[in-house]
Design a protein. Structure first.
Length: 213
């Protein structure tokens, strides 16, 4: 039995972190089962027994310990396929650096969402998250203009950029103009490449229209 046999992914339809893994599994045509957890309710005992953090995503390979955290899951998939990240060392690190910024944006956007739903949201905390998101998008755009060849073939960093932008459009639409300004003409070929990938469109969260609609 191979290491990628009998995989079960626990995720949600809206989590940007789960979307990272959902895209990779589909793009690489890795057979798997998917369990959608209800994160609006406290995690069940069964869920916590598999992942004590009570978060999604987590991957359960048959006969192996569960793998928590989207980046760890992606590295696990790359270890067995060598198709998640670029193979050349410098390109790999350039892609991972861009990916880390995108994941940071996702983290701030999720935290902003949770704070906004609190009975007494703190405006200063919300704005701090918003400013960090916009600032990081600006840095990402600057790095993209200096990019090496890491972007020429589909890899996880490209998807992570798109996931970050679309999750912000879903949860923080009032930042759309600031994000667009921060991206400052980010190469449209990136979006063209993402739109060519069925896995990207197939995992788009409910309620989020196609870009430009």
């Amino acid at each position: 039995m191979g290491a990628l046999d009998g995989l079960t992914l626990h995720s949600t339809l809206t989590s940007p972190f789960a979307r990272r893994v959902r895209i990779a599994l589909r793009r690489l045509a890795i057979a798997h089962d998917e369990v959608f957890e209800d994160t609006s309710k406290p995690a069940s005992k069964e869920w916590l027994a598999l992942n004590p953090l009570g978060l999604v995503p987590f991957l359960v390979p048959r006969g192996q310990e569960p793998i928590v955290d989207s980046t760890l899951i992606l590295d696990f998939l790359d270890d067995h396929t060598a198709q998640v990240w670029p193979k050349e060392l410098m390109e790999r690190w350039a892609a991972k650096r861009m990916s880390a910024l995108a994941v940071g944006i996702m983290t701030d956007a999720v935290a902003w969402r949770r704070e906004s739903l609190d009975l007494s949201p703190r405006p200063s905390v919300l704005r701090d998250r918003e400013e960090r998101i916009v600032r990081t998008f600006g840095q990402m755009a600057g790095l993209e203009r200096k990019r090496s060849h890491w972007w020429r073939k589909p890899n996880q960093a490209l998807f992570d950029i798109g996931i970050a932008v679309e999750f912000c459009a879903l949860r923080l639409p009032h930042l759309d103009s600031e994000v667009e300004k921060a991206l400052d003409g980010t190469d449209e070929s990136l979006w063209e490449r993402l739109d060519e990938e069925e896995s990207f469109g197939d995992t788009r969260p409910p309620g989020l229209g196609v870009r430009g609609t």
